[in-house]
Design a protein around this ligand. Structure first.
Ligand code: ASP
Length: 308
């Protein structure tokens, strides 16, 4: 048992600048973050599990149209939406992930169902969607996922035939949550639409346990956002856990090594949210900004976007 609890969430990292933000838009982003944060926090405050808290917070972020996940997922090269999501429990290292899925309203719910009700860790594409139907998960048609701004973003990328990371062009994506509950259990969840104009079934770090998502009660829970290919190559989330487990680093020290040194050396732009086994929160990023928020039972309560 623990006598404290905490949660952190993100809505993506990248070239997020005050100069390109309007006050109205900023208010909308903050409202989206606050809604998700409060949802997860209330679950923890009433004695609920960290797994339920991260799932519920990510559902809120997936339903919020401005983030690149669920409803706001970016367009792929053929004008569709292929989403990736993962969830992991720090207690028994159980994990579930779905990748390259279309039309599933809340990919994180599918990841949770894969963890809880299948004998597998990762399901992809049509098979994952077939499994989602056996779990009675909600599906939506193309119209639900259509967002004019995302469509224009895809048209631009298509013209230049480039695969565009949401971050690289002042457009940001991916959502995630990490939490520590009163039972002392850690959990992490991440959900994304990936990259605009992506081709060939591209999968990033988000749904890969150990890369974009990881939870282990003996160390920490992590959810990443950034250039997926580089985060995969750095095995970011597990590397932070390993630095804590094998080298005895604190959460902050381990995050600093990976986010500000190892990732930077190979050009990996982005950030992450992290909570350790005592409930301490870190939200480091090496990009211009990261939509982020955290709240704990000791009274810390913040919502931030830019580098201060
Ligand atoms: N990491 C995600 C991916 O590469 C993108 C993001 O975080 O915005 O799919």
């Amino acid at each position: 048992m623990a006598n404290n609890f905490s949660i952190a969430i993100h809505g993506g990292a990248g070239t997020i600048l005050r100069s390109t933000m309007t006050p109205e838009l900023q208010t909308q982003y903050e409202a989206g973050l606050r809604d998700a944060l409060d949802t997860g926090y209330n679950i923890l405050a009433s004695g609920g599990s960290s797994l339920d808290a991260v799932e519920a917070a990510v559902v809120k972020l997936e339903d919020f149209p401005l983030f690149n996940a669920g409803k706001g997922a970016v367009f792929n090269n053929v004008g569709g939406h292929e989403m990736d999501a993962a969830i992991m429990s720090g207690k028994g290292l159980e994990a579930g992930a779905a990748c390259g899925i279309s039309h599933v309203k809340n990919p994180v719910k599918l990841a949770r169902a894969i963890m809880d009700h299948s004998e597998h860790v990762i399901l992809c594409g049509a098979g994952a969607e077939q499994f989602a139907r056996t779990q009675n998960l909600a599906f939506e048609d193309d119209a639900y996922f259509y967002m004019e701004q995302r469509y224009q973003q895809w048209q631009e990328a298509l013209k230049e035939d480039k695969v565009q990371l949401d971050h690289s062009d002042k457009k940001f994506g991916t959502v995630g949550a990490v939490a520590f509950d009163l039972q002392g259990n850690l959990a992490a969840a991440t959900s994304t639409g990936g990259m605009t104009n992506k081709k060939f079934g591209r999968i990033g770090d988000s749904p890969v346990p150990g890369a974009g998502t990881y939870a282990n009660n003996s160390t920490c829970a992590i959810s990443c956002t950034g250039h997926g290919e580089l985060f995969l190559r750095c095995v970011v989330a597990y590397d932070i856990s390993c630095l804590m487990e094998y080298k005895g680093l604190s959460l902050k020290e381990a995050c600093d090594v990976v986010v500000y040194d190892k990732l930077v050396k190979i050009g990996g732009e982005g950030g992450l949210i992290a909570i350790d086994k005592l409930g301490n929160i870190e939200m480091p990023f090496n990009s211009d900004g990261m939509y982020r928020a955290c709240r704990n039972s000791a009274g810390r309560n913040e919502i931030s976007i830019y580098r201060e």
